[in-house]
Write a protein that binds this ligand. Structure first.
Ligand code: ATP
Length: 626
């Protein structure tokens, strides 16, 4: 035997209030929505036929026409509409059946012109009232009788004859104890304004007009300047800022129109960009996510869409193919705005880039047009000062880039002095952007800098000097040997730099492995050891600059120079090498510090020792030496 489901309305109301809607404030939205839909239905009934509304100037503009009057008298809330109304039969079928809606077609699809579709919205009135009264008279009925339906939160309802002179519907709510605030005149006016100010009907609350001229971006203005002023004022009103620019949005497939306001201040890309979305002129929510691509965090949008679908709570957009296509189309419109700006108003584009370069860089990682804009307009830090990548490429055919800021700082001056232009690719997205440049310009030859290759640009000493300095070099090598470093002597600019500590990429990797080995247990030690053996032995270099006067004097220290008093006490080693050792270690320490290299414990000890040793040597009193 077939049975019908029984529904306990209290459970359904509980479900709606706790799990579907984020706040009971939605009750007014649902009532307004039903009133507007009823007006739309009446407008769609054959004009001049039974129940049809004679066309007005409003309906001719595609507006729904009709009026919705909200009243808050006597502690009750009443919503009157002059829509299609319901016959007694429809009252039983539609009002009293949960999930039944007149707004779906025979196949169950939402009918295009209506806001509602699920057949549950009226129940939201039970969030604030125990009793809903609906007095309605159908515009289609020829008898002209009205019906009064009363529904109770416990699931009962009754139908009796009602009183009503004109077709339409009045819904009356008596607040449940505790809900009076939500139905208070000020709250009702605020909710009506929030949800309904753009509705295509004449909406009033206690006689005061709520609806005006519709969406400001759809209004006609005498000239573009006045349009801009009006939209600026709208933005100030809504968001409290003066927009940097206003971008028109238009996606016909989604029936979407609107505006994007470009933020006048930088925002962090991680900030959730939320937009104000209306669906068929009814506010969906003020903080809708997912309307724009993630990179477009530099705008706040207000849009109205006829075709996008809401979720059942009507507080978010339903994620479907149309929303995805809309997102792409809106992203494209923002991109086009930027491209246009670069072509027509470069000064303004520069202003925009100063504010929102992170967003634009994020776009450039995936988008060739944005990459061209970044290449042409955005200044990067380079060894020849700030300049665009396009400019840099023109000036430095064989330019290099670094992938971190520290390395750039360390090597920029030296690199520039060797005629090797260097770009700092260390900031967010910069390396990815530089590495993507060949996509828009196949001739780009920017290469990643390997610091060790800089030495190939340094001048070697003439053979005579080289030969004469061999003993010094051997002593210098011994001074830093146990620090894992190789000493070379070169002739390079700038002369003010006494020494340079260079780690190649392979050397850096090796240093990391060794550090890890010190911390690892036995098993890992073996594994890391095996890896280490596989790495080509490539030691960091201490490049002493023979062009620097101080370094040159250090190279002239004769083996046999008086040893500092402290050197004997500080450790073993041929006494005559003491001063060379201290001086070379001091140069080593200074090069590490200058290059912001991380200091290991051994480096700090050497730095300390060389400083004290040199100080001791400087103030050494030969008379007092035993
Ligand atoms: N003011 C009204 N005038 C005429 N018919 C109404 C009115 N209010 C409700 N109805 C009828 O009652 C039905 C159920 O309304 P309800 O608000 O529960 O659902 P819905 O509007 O169809 O869909 P949704 O749950 O998406 O709001 C509607 O489909 C409509 O036929």
């Amino acid at each position: 035997m077939e049975q019908a489901f029984q529904v306990d309305l209290r459970g359904v109301v509980d479900l709606l209030s706790r799990h579907l809607y984020s706040s009971p404030r939605v009750y007014l939205r649902e009532l307004l929505q039903n009133a507007v839909d009823a007006i739309t239905a009446r407008g769609e009934a054959a004009p001049g036929g039974v129940g049809g509304r004679p066309p007005t100037s409003d309906t001719a503009r595609g507006e729904a026409g009709g009026t919705v009057a909200v009243e808050t008298r006597d502690g009750l809330l009443r919503v009157h509409d002059d829509g299609i109304g319901l016959t007694e039969d429809e009252v039983h079928r539609l009002l009293a059946t949960i999930g039944r809606s007149s707004k779906r077609d025979e196949l169950g699809f939402a009918r295009h012109d209506f806001l509602g579709q699920f057949g549950i919205g009226l129940l939201s009135a039970f969030l604030v009232a125990d009793e809903i009264e609906v007095v309605t008279r159908s515009a289609r009925s020829t008898t002209g009788t009205a019906v009064k339906w009363t529904g109770f939160a416990d699931g009962r309802y009754q139908v009796e004859p009602g009183e009503r002179d004109e077709p339409g519907t009045t819904v009356t709510l008596r607040p449940r104890p505790g809900s009076a605030d939500l139905l208070a005149p000020a709250t009702v006016a605020e909710l009506a304004r929030a949800y309904g100010s753009l509705l295509p009907v004449e909406l009033t609350v206690d006689g005061a007009a709520i609806t005006g001229d519709g969406p400001p971006w759809q209004a006609a203005y005498p000239d573009p300047a006045r349009r801009r002023r009006a939209l600026d004022a709208y933005c100030r009103d809504l968001y409290g800022f003066e927009p940097f620019d206003v971008i028109e949005l238009n996606v016909p497939e989604a029936g979407l129109t609107g505006v994007a306001f470009v933020l006048p201040q930088p925002v962090t890309p991680s900030a959730r960009a939320a937009h104000r979305v209306y669906l068929k002129r009814m506010l969906l929510a003020e903080n809708v996510e997912g309307l724009l691509p993630e990179w477009a965090f530099f705008v706040r949008c207000v849009v109205d869409a006829g075709e996008l679908r809401p979720t059942a709570s009507r507080e978010a957009l339903y994620e479907d193919e149309l929303l995805e296509a809309t997102r792409d189309a809106l992203g494209e419109q923002l991109r086009q705005w930027l491209v246009r700006l670069s072509e027509t108003d470069p000064a303004r584009l520069r202003g925009f880039l100063r504010l929102h370069q992170l967003g634009v860089k994020a776009m450039a990682v995936h988008d060739d047009d944005m990459l061209r804009i970044v290449d042409r307009w955005l200044e990067f830090e380079t060894s020849a000062g700030p300049m665009t990548l396009a400019e840099f490429r023109k000036r430095h055919a064989g330019g290099r880039y670094t992938t971190n800021v520290e390395e750039f700082r360390r090597l920029s001056a030296v690199s520039a002095a060797q005629g090797v232009g260097l770009v700092n690719g260390g900031y967010v997205h910069d390396t990815e952007i530089i590495e993507r440049l060949p996509d828009i310009d196949p001739d780009v030859a920017l290469r990643r800098l390997d610091p060790a290759e800089l030495t190939t640009h340094f001048g070697v000493l003439d053979p005579g000097t080289e030969l004469a300095l061999r003993p010094f070099l051997a002593a210098a090598q011994r001074a830093v040997d146990r620090l894992g470093c190789e000493v070379v002597l070169r002739d390079f600019d700038p002369p003010s730099l006494p020494a340079l500590y260079l780690t190649s990429r392979a050397a850096r990797h090796q240093a990391e492995l060794e550090e890890a080995r010190e911390l690892a247990d036995d098993l890992w030690n073996d594994v890391l050891g095996a890896m280490n053996d596989a790495v080509e032995r490539d030691r960091p270099q201490l490049v002493l600059n023979h062009r620097n006067p101080l370094t040159r004097r250090v190279t002239m220290i004769k083996p046999g120079a008086p040893p500092p008093a402290a050197s004997g006490a500080a450790g073993p080693g041929p006494a005559e090498e003491g001063l060379i050792e201290l001086a070379v270690q001091a140069l080593y320490g200074q090069a590490l510090l200058l290059g912001h290299h991380p200091l290991r414990a051994a480096d700090t000890a050497v730095l300390n020792r060389s400083f004290l040793g040199l100080l001791d040597w400087a103030v050494h009193d030969p008379e007092a030496t035993p």
